[in-house]
Design a protein around this ligand. Sequence first.
Ligand SMILES: [Zn+2]
Length: 173
Amino acid sequence: MQNKLFNFCPNCGKQNHTFQVNKFHCLECDYVYFHNTAGAVAVFIEVGEEVLFTKRNLNPQKGFYDLPGGFTDYYESSEQTVIREIQEELKLDVSNEKIEYLGSNPNEYEYKNVVYHTLDLFYKIKLTKKPKLELQQSEISTVVWKKLNELDLTTIAFESQRKFIEKLVLNLC
Ligand SMILES: [Zn+2]
């Protein structure tokens, strides 16, 4: 996917550059910017056979189902991202829970006309009962609990999650 922005060099302001894969190169002043892959996490919170999905309350993909998670911050481990995002989105403290890494998938995330390439890291947290949640209404309109093998994948917001859920259902990870 091509970026629609990045028309001008942020260093010299001229409009004479190449943008190949992740490398912006200004041919006037030799400035180089790497639009690198960003780390992100997505978490399967499981109770019995059911998994929690949030319904997105903002674009991209407003109204579609999503797993809790988000971008890693600077200086943060991906496990810390899991704990922080679940606290922010659901007001749920999982700092004492086992956070199990499952695998990863690449993803594209378009926000305000800029395409961010992410590496989505998938984690699982098993809880014994459904927790009481307080939703971050700006990002999430509601939550649902679904069995993965009964889930309509067309209602899932992101390709990386759809593909990962397909693998999980087939017991490939
Ligand atoms: Zn320049």
